[in-house]
Write a protein that binds this ligand. Structure first.
Ligand SMILES: [Zn+2]
Length: 391
């Protein structure tokens, strides 16, 4: 119970600090997923923070301001902004410490030329600056975006950068967990479904589909690492997740930050998602008493929607890989946002057979549905491309 109390506290302070200055835009999201009282038509506020934008960065920042303001963003103080562009020194990125987790922070820095491996260049800046996104400006070329999901792509100019940032700053994370020690005793040791999830995790490992997480511990100290975990609602870095339906309303899902090749303990590595508390934007998990549960994967909200909207979907797999010719999301929303969940759900509903489908998450990976994880892997694995196209 103590854990539930902490989670609740984190959530309410985030909401309190974020309101009313940080309005939530939830256009296109059904009312069932919309916490009451959070919709407002207030304009979005942005701020440029950090180091002075000198050299070639000066004119770029001015263009970015103009482009954001054209999109309806208003300039404000960093403490009150929904979107903060934090100008950092690449060698020594100073974090912007947001007061509300709802604040979206992009760490902007300058490079002389496009890096040979933009992901390797941008990821450490993203992590060390405690940002949601790294933006590497290369004069004459554009801006390299790097995301926590290992996305890295070049965007040509300030106008395009602003257009990409706007929906991200408006997106809303659903990453709080409420643990209820009400799991029925016969499930404390797991069941045939948790066994199938563990088996699929091992199979993903054999297929080389579990990329090693970025060694974040080498980039930041323990304090900042805790901050990062809280910020993104993750238990640690790892990519991909698996889930399988338990019954009409519940599903088992892999925890966040665990090695998917070794999903061992039900209630800890594999969690039973038993509901979604839309009012408080919280994933509800049924756990055995006396176990210290991990957080569920941040994509639980996406899976929850899919299971609810498609009663015949038996399992869902998300990996950072790609398939030729699949429908894909337009906007690169971060993991765990309502917007990503809504986007995927919409594309899935438009598929001829939503129960056996594969949807692309732009610059990120795929979400596949099927009767079981085994069935999904049998169908999808032979066509999987390890490289996600970046655009
Ligand atoms: Zn992912």
């Amino acid at each position: 119970m103590a854990i539930a109390a902490v989670e609740v506290q984190v959530l309410s302070s985030a909401l309190h600090e974020g309101s009313p200055r940080r309005p939530f835009f939830v256009a296109g999201i059904p009312a069932c997923a919309t916490p009451a009282g959070l919709i407002t038509s207030m304009p979005m506020a942005y701020a440029i923070a950090g180091e002075p934008a000198v050299g070639a960065l000066g004119p770029f920042v001015a263009e970015l301001r103009a482009a954001l303001e054209d999109l309806g963003f208003e300039r404000t103080e960093a403490d009150e902004a929904a979107l903060v562009v934090n100008v950092v020194d690449r060698a020594r990125p100073r974090p912007f410490r947001r007061r509300s987790r709802g604040t979206f922070v992009a760490a902007l820095h300058v490079l002389d030329a496009s890096p040979p491996d933009p992901l390797r260049e941008g990821y450490p800046v993203l992590v060390r600056a405690l940002a949601n996104l790294s933006l590497a400006f290369v004069p004459g070329e554009g801006v390299w975006f790097t995301t926590l999901e290992r996305g890295s792509y070049l965007v040509p100019d300030a106008r395009a950068v602003a257009a990409r940032l706007a929906p991200l700053a408006r997106s809303r994370l659903v990453i709080d967990n409420e643990f209820r020690p009400d799991l029925e005793p016969e499930l404390w040791g797991g069941d045939e479904i948790t066994a199938s999830i563990a088996e699929a995790g091992r199979r993903l490992d054999t297929l080389g589909l579990l990329p090693a997480p970025f060694p974040v511990e080498e980039l930041v100290d323990a304090n900042d690492l805790r901050h990062i975990k809280r910020l993104y609602g993750i238990g640690g870095l790892s990519y991909g997740n698996l889930s399988a339906r338990k019954d009409e309303t519940r599903f088992w899902m892999s925890a966040s930050g665990v090695d998917k090749a070794r999903l061992e303990t039900p209630g800890r590595d594999i969690l039973l998602v038993s509901g979604y508390d839309a009012e408080h934007a919280r994933i509800v998990l049924s756990v055995p008493p006396g176990i210290e549960p991990r957080r569920v994967s941040v994509d639980a909200i996406e899976h929850w929607r899919i299971y609810r909207e498609h009663p015949d979907v038996g399992a869902i797999l998300h990996v950072h890989a790609w398939l030729e010719g699949i429908p894909a999301t337009e906007v690169n929303f971060p993991c765990g946002t309502e917007e990503l969940a809504a986007n995927v759900a919409e594309l899935l509903a438009a598929e001829p057979d939503p129960d056996h489908a594969v949807i692309g998450l732009r610059n990120h990976g795929i979400t596949a549905t099927g009767a079981s994880l085994e069935e999904i892997l049998d169908r999808v694995a032979p066509r999987l491309l390890a490289q996600v196209p970046m655009s």
